[in-house]
Each structure stands twice: as C-alpha cells, then as structure tokens.
Design a protein around this ligand. Sequence first.
Ligand SMILES: Cc1cc2nc3c(=O)[nH]c(=O)nc-3n(C[C@H](O)[C@H](O)[C@H](O)COP(=O)(O)OP(=O)(O)OC[C@H]3O[C@@H](n4cnc5c(N)ncnc54)[C@H](O)[C@@H]3O)c2cc1C
Length: 271
Amino acid sequence: MDIHTIEEIVRRPAPPAPGAWREGDAWLGGGTWLYSEPQLALRRLIDLDGFGWTPIELVEETLVLAATCTIRELHDWPVPDDWAARALIRQCCDALLGSFKIWNMATVGGNLCLALPAGPMISLAAGLDGTCVIWTPDGAKRRIPAAAFVTGDRTNALGRGELLRAIELPVAGFRSRSAFRQISLTPRGRSAALLIGLGAPSGGFALTVTAATKRPVRLTFPAVPDAAALAAALREAIPEGLYHHDVHGAPDWRRRLTFHLAEDIRRELAA
Ligand SMILES: Cc1cc2nc3c(=O)[nH]c(=O)nc-3n(C[C@H](O)[C@H](O)[C@H](O)COP(=O)(O)OP(=O)(O)OC[C@H]3O[C@@H](n4cnc5c(N)ncnc54)[C@H](O)[C@@H]3O)c2cc1C
C-alpha cells in the first residue's frame, strides 16, 4: 500500500539519542503491518535494517535474537539437537499464519512491538522466560522480562522513541521439556489461545498463556502442580476482563480453552 503521509525514510539509522525523535516518527521493522494500512499520523520511517544486526547469535548460555531477525530466519535456524524444547521455535513461527511474503519480511521485534494478543513471537519470548533489551533515547539500555513487554491489546512497555534492540532467550529454557498447544476459531485463523508449558530438569514447571489473554500471563511452580492447584493459580492470575475479545474468539470460550489446554499440558509434563 502507498502510505502517502510518509515524507522520509531513514535508511542509515542511528541509535536513539536526545532530541532525535520527532512527532510522526516510527521504527520500521519488516513493514508487514506498517504497510498494510494507512498511517495518517506518521511522517518518517526509520528503517532498522540499516543497523545490520546479526539476526541470531548464541552467546554462551543465551540465544540472542536481534529485533530485525525475520520469522523465516528464526524458523530456518539450525537448533542444536540436544535442546529438548527445540520444537517450540518452529511451532511458534508456524503460528504466524502469513504468506511466504509475510514470513520473509516480518521481524521478531515487530511482532512483539505490534503487541497483538496473537503475536506468536510474544508467546515464544514469554514462554521461554526471555528478556527484552531496549535502547532508550538518552543513549542507555534497559532490560525487562519479555512477559512484561506486552502490556495489553496493542500496547507495550516502550516509551516515546525507545527501540527494542533484541530478545535474549536463556538456553536453560530450551533444556526443559516443552508442551505447546494452540487453537484457532477457523483452520487458518489467528490463535485464539496459545499456551506453552516448560518442565525443567530440576522439576520446576512454568505455564505461559498467550493469545487467549490481552497480555501474556506466566505462572511458575517449584514442581508440576496438581490439577486443582493449577486451576486455582489460573483463576487468580487471570481476571475475567483479561481474556481477549475479538472476531477470533469470545472471552468465555478463550477462558475455557485456557483451562482445558493448561490441564492437558500439566498432564503431559507430569508424565
Ligand atoms: C496476512 C497477515 C497475517 C498476519 N498474521 C499475524 C498473526 O497471526 N499474528 C500476529 O501477531 N501478527 C500478524 N500479522 C501482523 C504483522 O504482520 C506481524 O505482527 C509482524 O510480525 C509484524 O512485524 P514487522 O517486522 O513487519 O513489523 P512492522 O510492520 O515493521 O512494525 C510493526 C510496529 O512495531 C514497531 N516496531 C517494529 N520494530 C520495532 C522495534 N524493534 N522497536 C520498536 N518498535 C518497533 C513499528 O513502528 C510498528 O508500530 C499479520 C499480517 C498480515 C498482513
């Protein structure tokens, strides 16, 4: 689509700096959402591709995904064979139901920043207890848990002019056993519920609920809980108003799915 309000595209971006951010600016990831509808408030796009970040790096015990890593690059990355939770990467990529054009352009960072409840990179990052690395306009860096990055339907924790630089995923998460459940209202529809369970070798259990809720909800337990304890924890952590409502599913249905899939995951990882 022609987005006729854009007057300038910055191809050689600089890190955020005091006074550099203008009204009408936006960071440009893959552009799959930015170019998909009119952007009447925008005047200038700052193309993150120009930073030339390495898409995926394994730095000791951390898998570092640049915000500009595409879904395709992540999907095709050769995950080490001995990572028990290796399937999660492809399962989450596959949950983004776009054409090959979307897959080749959409970035991991753009998916988190757009903050749709059905953002599968949000599910991956939160499910694996990732950390978001954020560059701030005063030239500093801050880090927040990925589960806290998305704060609601289409809202995130970025302040004015802040940039999501990378997502750090601890390799320890990949050494856990994983269970993945995803359901859509229609065969090729957006996720209505996407839940990820991790069973750590130490016995710890983590359950992350996404898509059913407006923001991720991550629950952790020292050991796999029994069914009643898990259901009680879900009831406490997710008030009725946190279940998402759109054309891809009604909140009461998403709530039912959440409890059902959570119990399914609990049983699988308890086995
Ligand atoms: C056919 C189709 C199907 C889709 N299916 C899904 C789906 O199933 N689930 C889903 O979640 N989305 C879906 N989308 C929406 C969108 O394509 C994806 O969310 C995609 O991952 C966005 O990434 P992008 O790099 O293209 O973001 P862009 O369009 O470049 O940017 C999205 C937003 O994030 C901001 N942004 C991008 N990168 C950064 C950064 N590093 N730091 C700060 N701000 C940044 C931009 O300024 C913009 O506001 C779909 C889109 C289409 C057209």
